[in-house]
Design a protein around this ligand. Structure first.
Ligand code: ADE
Ligand code: ZN
Length: 348
């Protein structure tokens, strides 16, 4: 087994991880106390808390049961937990603290740079005050950088169910305000609920590209290969988050290889949220063998109960990856990231 200390020491990036999925337990306990609400589960770990959260019945999607007991109702129920948790963050100090702790979590796994997805719709106390929310995150990330912790690029994320007009408005704000630390436009959420959304968001992603922002798109998780095609053809995705169901379409796998489009893969997330029954049947190894640039990431490490080094170690165990393979994985992670060129050079 490859030692996790060795994995921590590899210079690397994480490219698919959500700010909403990186709260520290101690902060969640403080937030709940300040808000005067009880945690849904025992305060032993974020995983315990998220596992005990029960979303309202209307939030439970039909697809993707919780194979490993994370929440109720697969991805949609899990996203409701993130809504609940983020709703406890009401002050700028609290938002800055969440961002600071997130950078510290990344550093403790040996991550030097992370592309971090933030979806403003989770943070419902900040509805209509997105600029203030991002200013608070930037303050926390600046402090983290001064303290020598990981560098973070924020990927502002649309929710699948938002409208064309809401999407345009968000990107117009990004283009006009150029908020600190923001590097990309993203889209996430459950496509089994929203249906196919490529066309709806094409205008927003084109505007993001033309305004100089990177693009990353969740697809091929709650959608099949068609979501990945839309991400590439309609949304100008430079990277696809998850993207694993591309394995079902050989022409799509060829396209990912030919265009050098990397995937931000999160094996445990897929297993825990019921996309694949177990690690052995996860397609990360088949995609890699086909020549796709794969990266391995945590998605939502705190509520999924994982850490980056353990994801990489389990991949090594399950698929027989040796230290050279993990070195290649680290190299891929830097290449696939939206880090500034000088930082990329330093990490390569
Ligand atoms: N938001 C947080 N985690 C997500 C996931 N795995 N899929 C889609 N949206 C998400
Ligand atoms: Zn994700």
């Amino acid at each position: 087994r490859v030692d996790e200390n060795t994995i921590r020491a590899l210079p690397k990036a994480e490219v698919h991880v959500h700010l909403e999925g990186g709260f520290e337990l101690v902060d969640l306990v403080d937030l709940a106390k300040a808000a005067g609400v009880a945690l849904p589960g025992p305060a032993r770990s974020l995983f315990d808390v998220s596992t005990h959260y029960e979303p309202a019945p209307d939030a439970v999607s039909s697809g993707g049961g919780a194979a490993n007991g994370v929440g109720v109702g697969g991805l949609s129920g899990f996203l409701r937990f993130l809504d609940w948790q983020c709703s406890l963050v009401t002050t700028a100090e609290q938002a800055a603290r969440v961002a600071y702790r997130f950078a510290a979590r990344e550093s403790s796994s040996g991550v030097r740079y992370a592309d971090v997805v933030v979806n403003p719709t989770h943070w419902n106390a900040w509805n209509g005050r997105t600029p203030e929310l991002f200013a608070a995150f930037a303050a926390g990330l600046d402090e983290a950088r001064q303290d020598g912790l990981a560098d973070i690029g924020l990927c502002v994320s649309l929710l699948r169910s938002q409208s064309r007009a809401e999407a345009r408005e968000l990107v117009e704000w990004m283009a006009a305000a150029r908020p600190a630390h923001v590097v990309a436009l993203s889209v996430d959420g459950d496509e089994r609920v929203s249906g196919r959304t490529g066309e709806k968001f094409a205008e927003a992603f084109t505007l993001a590209r033309d305004s100089g922002f990177h693009r990353t798109v969740h697809a091929g998780e709650s959608s099949g290969p068609e979501g990945v095609w839309d991400a590439i053809d309609l949304l100008h995705a430079e990277r696809v988050d998850h993207g694993v169901r591309a394995i079902e379409d050989p022409a799509l796998v060829r396209r990912l290889v030919d265009d050098g489009i990397p995937l931000g893969i999160c094996p445990r997330s897929n297993v825990s949220l019921g996309i694949y029954p177990d690690w052995a049947s996860h397609p990360v190894e088949r995609l890699r063998a086909a020549g796709v640039t794969v990266t391995v990431n945590t998605d939502d490490p705190a509520p999924l109960g994982t850490r980056l080094e353990s994801e990489w170690a389990i991949c090594a165990d399950t698929f027989g990856w040796d230290l050279a393979d993990l070195g290649q994985l680290a190299h891929n992670s830097v290449r696939a990231s939206f880090a500034a060129d000088d930082l990329k050079h330093e990490l390569h």
